[in-house]
Design a protein around this ligand. Structure first.
Ligand code: UDP
Length: 373
């Protein structure tokens, strides 16, 4: 009998969708056509105005109105105010949630977004009592409390800190499983070596720095590439920048004359191969990108973090010795230059990254989800 799985996501950044796609891919690999997966963004596709604009507002909110983001974050962390906000929103959006569930009937609903892990899931169970509910926490250590609903049938924690926080928030311990953060199955495949990856991507055979900044390509990427170009042309190296959905950044990078090869990409689904082609990574502290870099044993410099949900990612990376935090472009370039000149340092980082990595997380989580079906 065919089983249906409904993934609840929101396109705030690129990580939530990437995780849902990884899990859908893993379920498909395990069960073929026996399982049908739907990935739905309840905000963008169903919510009443102005909540339907929430995904579009996310980027300006964290980039330009950090104080407002901080205030909302604190609201979410305060149990009483969060409960009021959650219940008012649930009552206001109830008719739209019923439409969503009628159009996407499911045996199992899986939230991969903190704002979707309580209200829509509860509405779904009221509407369809037999449904099973799972939450996959796609943040690392500083995951907001909103993720944790004691009523859920399964909560998958990305790391030990999240498992501890979930239990402290009242999720029954037997329902909490620490299985890692789900990343695409390609990260679990036998790795191609760097030279092969560079050849397949049409890159020069040079030391390679990969620069990423989440699905939206946010933050001071131009300044970082400028600093890298100044520091790395002698001995020669090359820079690859994944600009994600930031088309203006890609155009700017492509239009400048650089003293070393700079490849500027738009949104690519081939991140695993680009990571395999690189010697090190410069990135904002996005949890998805960090988990992927660990799976590729890639030493990383964290150049920025979103205050709140990404704050803990910095200490996570530094404490495990798999990278450093450097917000200043000149210091980033100096660190990268020293890493490229010192294979012993990067080899030691790679060994630690391999120990921490969970390349098979998507398949492990898909098996746990299958138990609920
Ligand atoms: N990503 C991608 N293609 C791109 C840029 C980013 O597939 O061109 C993916 C990246 O591999 C990661 C996700 O988008 O899986 C970004 O997630 P992260 O949690 O690092 O940051 P967010 O964008 O959610 O803030």
């Amino acid at each position: 009998m065919t089983r249906r799985v409904l993934f609840l996501i929101s396109d705030t950044g690129g990580g939530h969708r990437a995780s849902a796609e990884a899990l859908a891919e893993a379920l498909q690999q395990l069960h073929g056509t026996q399982v049908v997966c739907d990935i739905v963004d309840p905000f963008a596709e169903y919510a009443h105005w102005p909540l339907n604009k929430a995904p579009d507002a996310y980027l300006p909110l964290i980039n330009r109105y950090g104080w407002l983001w901080q205030a909302l974050w604190r609201l979410g962390e305060h149990p009483a105010s969060w409960r009021v906000a959650r219940d008012v929103t649930a009552a206001w959006q109830a008719d739209r949630m019923r439409t969503l569930f009628a159009e996407h009937p499911a045996d199992l609903a899986v939230s991969v977004h903190p704002l979707l892990s309580q209200a829509p899931q509860r509405a779904l169970r009221a509407w369809q009592p037999g449904i099973r509910l799972a939450t996959i926490v796609t943040d690392l250590t500083s995951a907001p409390r909103m993720w944790y609903d004691p009523a859920v049938d399964l909560l998958v924690a990305s790391c030990d800190e999240v498992a501890t926080a979930a239990r402290a928030a009242g999720v029954p311990p037997a329902r909490v499983k620490q299985l890692g953060l789900p990343i695409r199955l390609a990260f679990a495949e036998t790795p191609v070596n760097r030279a092969d990856a560079q050849a397949r991507l049409g890159l020069a055979a040079l030391p390679t720095v990969l620069v990423m900044s989440g699905g939206e390509g946010m933050g001071p990427v131009k300044e970082i590439v400028d600093a890298l170009a100044g520091a790395l042309h002698d001995p020669p190296a090359q820079v690859v920048v994944i600009c994600g959905r930031n088309a203006a950044l890609q155009r700017w990078l492509a239009s400048k004359p650089w003293p070393l090869p700079v490849t500027a990409l738009g949104f690519t689904s081939n991140v695993p191969l680009w990571m395999r082609a690189a010697d090190c990574l410069v990135t904002k502290a996005g949890p998805g990108t960090i988990a992927e870099a660990l799976a590729c044993d890639l030493p990383m410099v964290l150049s920025s973090f979103v205050n709140g949900q990404e704050t803990g990612n910095v200490s996570y990376v530094e404490q495990h010795g798999v990278g450093v935090y450097q917000p200043e472009p000149g210091a980033i370039a100096a660190t990268v230059r020293s890493w490229l000149a010192s294979p012993e340092t990067t080899t030691a980082i790679r060994v630690r990254a391999r120990r921490l990595a969970r390349p098979h997380a998507a398949l492990d989580i898909a098996r746990a989800l299958s138990d609920l079906l």
